[in-house]
Design a binder for this molecule. Structure first.
Ligand code: N01
Length: 537
């Protein structure tokens, strides 16, 4: 390295899957590293989102680091799709087995990172008042880690308990005997509602947009099943890395892996119903054209309405549970008994499109036409996704330019890895990367390895900085947009992929939908061509 001596080679922000792997790989490459983590423990997403029912939608044997053949044999998953507590335990175990804990400063948020043009270093400042000067910053800040507080009047006036799924109390919460409202029916709401319903005296679900959700195939792993899977880990890993989504065992969306799907628009109503009989909820979407064509997607939604009617006994509730936007414009949800929950005597659905919230008041929620008296309000209202975690840090690149301001106009990163004007700042699973459309763990591993190799290359070739070229970044952004189809950008879609869930955020489709394998090939090409599209100085 050249330049005036930094305190460390690299500062890593975050200690979830990405931060932990970055710490490990960078240290292995002989670099000095400090990591800062806002939480009191490791886990990132899996530290904060400890709401009842929190569970991943990828199978356990693929939702783990894939590059530790010895270590993976020692870890025993208990379920097909692990719950939050088990994933958090796994990450703590990995942290200790890889001896990473000492390099992480917990309970400490990074407030700012400022690039110094003269010394080509970053000055990183924390909320503990510490300043660290580093050559590189690796932002392992996660795609879904900046919670949004809903814009509801009187939010803080409620005198009962206000809980947020994405920063749920560490010791849990006992809903027994309470009158509860859940606001929000994305993945977090849909997963928590059945569990809360079992405890609460009364549960009101306040739904603004209905959810597309599929029943989870989760179950305990049977005796000897894990041993059998462990003996196949090498093959499973190979299949994962050959898959465009980083997972070969699709779980709830297994039909996505089938190749012989027919078009829903060419099927009669009876044929559609037959698919429903065969596959249940998944049968609504097991068609070739549903992901590509708006009309086909609408036909799938009509079938979905039929599937809901088969479960939900009250016709009005069943009707209110039907979404009015395309399937798969938002992340597909998996649930455990979501629709069945609405048949319980203690559960009621309020369609906020018909009965809007006026305000939160001291005793509960005031709807336009009714006061809901409550003991607890659970907000499952989502995240400022993909850019929010970095926009909330005051990041200043070349010439003091603010990343927050740059991304407010257009949230771009070349390959999702680097941003023009911000030398030596790497974004793990940044906007423009496949990230949230894949198994996050495989995407994270790929990014971290690419970044580590890149820093090694700079060191070995006497370079001081790497920075995305603005033209290459623009071209990449245009290319990324060619993969966002009519379903993803449909005007009725308010997905976080588009930033459309955050008032005032630029509507911009952020993830790369071209698949992980194609993306990795492109990243490899960039390296082979001397880090094409990056300026190395
Ligand atoms: O957040 P969301 P999430 N008044 O944005 C509603 C991952 N994840 O935390 O759609 C009333 O999806 C909002 O309504 P609308 C996964 O990638 C994975 O649930 O804006 N309602 C919506 O219903 C997921 O996609 C798992 O009309 C308001 C809900 O709140 C991502 O995290 C589990 C409102 C927010 O849904 C985010 O999921 C959990 C208001 N003012 C999370 N503001 C896994 O399984 C917002 N809403 C794997």
């Amino acid at each position: 390295m050249s330049g005036i001596g930094p305190d460390v080679d690299v500062v890593v922000i975050g200690a979830g899957f990405a931060g932990l792997y970055a710490l490990y790989k960078l240290r292995e490459a002989g670099l000095s590293v400090r990591a800062f983590e806002r939480g009191e423990g490791v886990g990132g997403t899996w530290y904060w989102n400890r709401y009842p029912g929190a569970r991943v939608d990828i199978q356990s044997v693929e939702y783990m680091f894939t590059k530790f053949p010895d270590l993976e044999q020692e870890w025993d998953w208990t379920e097909l799709m692990p719950a939050q507590a088990e994933i958090e335990r796994y990450l703590n175990w990995v942290t200790d087995r890889l001896d990473l804990r000492d390099q992480i400063t917990f309970d400490t948020a990074v407030l700012s990172a400022t690039y110094d043009d003269v010394t080509a270093t970053w000055r990183v400042e924390t909320d503990a008042g510490e300043q660290v000067v580093a050559r590189f910053v690796v932002a392992a800040t996660g795609c879904l880690s900046a919670p949004i507080e809903p814009a509801i009047a009187g939010l803080h006036s409620f005198t009962g308990d206000s809980l947020y799924t994405n920063r749920f109390p560490k010791d849990g919460y006992d809903f027994t005997g309470k009158r509860v409202a859940v606001i929000g029916t994305g993945s977090s709401g849909v997963q928590s509602i059945p569990v809360i319903a079992e405890q609460a005296a009364e549960l009101v679900v306040l739904q603004r947009s209905a959810a597309y959700t599929l029943p989870s195939p989760n179950r305990p792993l049977g005796p000897n099943e894990l041993d059998e899977l462990k003996s196949q880990y090498a093959d499973i890993r190979a299949a994962q890395w050959a898959s465009p989504v980083g997972t070969a065992r699709f779980g709830a969306v297994a039909f996505l892996g089938r190749r012989t799907l027919t078009n829903i628009l060419e099927a009669s109503w009876d044929e559609r119903i037959a698919k429903l009989d065969e596959l249940g909820f998944a049968g609504c979407f097991a068609w070739a054209d549903v992901f590509l064509d708006v009309e086909a997607n609408e036909a799938a939604t009509r079938l979905y309405a039929e599937a809901i009617k088969r479960v939900v006994t009250d016709p009005r509730t069943a009707e209110d549970l039907v979404p009015h936007y395309p399937f798969a414009c938002k992340r597909i949800i998996i649930d455990e008994g979501y629709f069945e929950t609405f048949n319980r005597d203690n559960v009621r659905l309020v369609n906020l499109r018909k009965h809007p919230i006026e305000s939160v008041v001291p005793s509960g929620v005031q709807l336009e036409d009714e006061l809901l008296e409550l003991d607890v309000i659970v907000y499952a209202t989502g995240f400022d996704a993909m850019t929010g975690s970095l926009s909330r840090i005051d990041i200043r690149g070349r010439g003091g330019v603010s990343l927050r301001e740059v991304w407010a106009e257009s949230p771009q990163a070349y390959l999702g890895l680097g941003v023009a004007g911000f030398p030596n700042l790497f974004t793990v699973t940044g906007p423009g990367s496949p990230s949230v459309l894949t198994n996050m763990v495989t995407s994270i591993e790929h990014h971290v390895e690419w970044i580590t190799d890149c820093i090694g290359h700079l060191r070995d070739h006497g370079h001081c900085t790497i920075e995305a070229d603005p033209d290459a970044q623009d071209e990449w952004a245009e290319y990324v947009h060619t993969f966002a189809g009519p379903i993803q950008v449909h005007p009725s879609c308010t997905s976080w992929y588009l930033g459309a869930n955050v008032p005032g955020k630029t509507r911009y489709y952020m993830p790369y939908a071209g698949g992980l394998t194609r993306y990795m090939a492109r990243c490899a090409d960039v390296v082979e061509n001397g880090y094409a599209g990056f300026d190395l100085v």
